[in-house]
Unconditional design. Structure first.
Length: 238
């Protein structure tokens, strides 16, 4: 099944726009979407609630794996992730900077990454999957049909993150966001995230310069070059 179902991977640092692009593509194409960062965030939330990683035990139990598989996430019209588990709304708690930091710390533990591999790959379902994160192209889905790497100027990413946190009810100052983001970027770069380039067959797109529509148009063009017919207006894929 994994070999036949088309996969688009979208990797990038926090604030690069990958969540918004992934969700818009998923709804336009009618494909499934995997927000892999939420897995690390959910594990961090469980760690905080003392239901995971107690005394350095990083084994993901069957029930925790089921919870990860049952997290229901979508992006609302403002571009924020709404995340439900058995009707409990976890959106605000999972979006916080402190959970982001703890998620990034847990993401540095190889045993955790190893166990999440199989769980993430279970999201591959027809008609297609859009997988966003840090290591989607390099590690989780190296045979993806189209791989995208999004980047943006640091100030632009900080502004986006600041606006998102405030919209979600997190009362933070922009300097705090900038500081936490630069620490998290440094950690993510050293453990999960390796910058890829065209030589790896990855399409690089700068979202500080390109509009959402331009980014999507480039991805639709890549899909059509791979023989995937997309029902988009012809000028959008030109
Ligand atoms: O994308 P995000 O901000 O929701 O991700 C939270 C943290 O999880 C991020 O700082 C690094 C980690 N992460 C990772 O290591 N690998 C992924 N595929 C996704 C996220």
């Amino acid at each position: 099944m994994v070999g036949k179902v088309p996969i688009i991977t979208i990797d990038g640092l926090g604030g690069s726009g990958k969540t918004s692009i992934a969700s818009q593509l998923a709804s336009e194409l009618g494909w499934y979407v995997l927000y892999s960062g939420l897995f690390y965030r959910y594990l961090a939330y469980c760690q905080k609630n003392m239901t995971f990683a107690i005394h350095g035990d990083y084994e993901i139990s069957d029930s925790l794996r089921d919870s990860l598989l049952n997290l229901r996430c979508r992006v609302n019209q403002s571009g924020d992730v709404v995340c439900l588990l058995a009707n409990e709304d976890l959106s605000m708690v999972l979006s916080s900077e402190s959970i982001g930091r703890d998620a990034s710390l847990l993401a540095g533990i190889p045993r955790i990454r190893e166990q999440l591999l199989g769980i993430q790959r279970r999201f591959v379902r027809p008609p297609g999957l859009i997988a966003e994160g840090r290591d989607m192209a390099r590690v989780v889905f190296p045979s993806a049909l189209v791989s995208i790497y999004l980047f943006a100027d640091e100030e632009v990413r900080v502004q986006r993150r600041f606006r998102q946190l405030n919209r979600c009810g997190n009362d933070v100052k922009i300097d705090q966001v900038a500081l936490m983001q630069s620490k998290r970027d440094a950690r993510d770069r050293s453990q999960a995230f390796k910058k890829m380039d065209e030589r790896d067959g990855v399409i690089l797109l700068d979202t500080s310069k390109l509009s959402m529509d331009a980014v999507k148009a480039r991805i639709y063009r890549a899909l059509s070059e791979k023989g995937i017919i997309v029902n988009q207006p012809i000028d959008a894929i030109a």
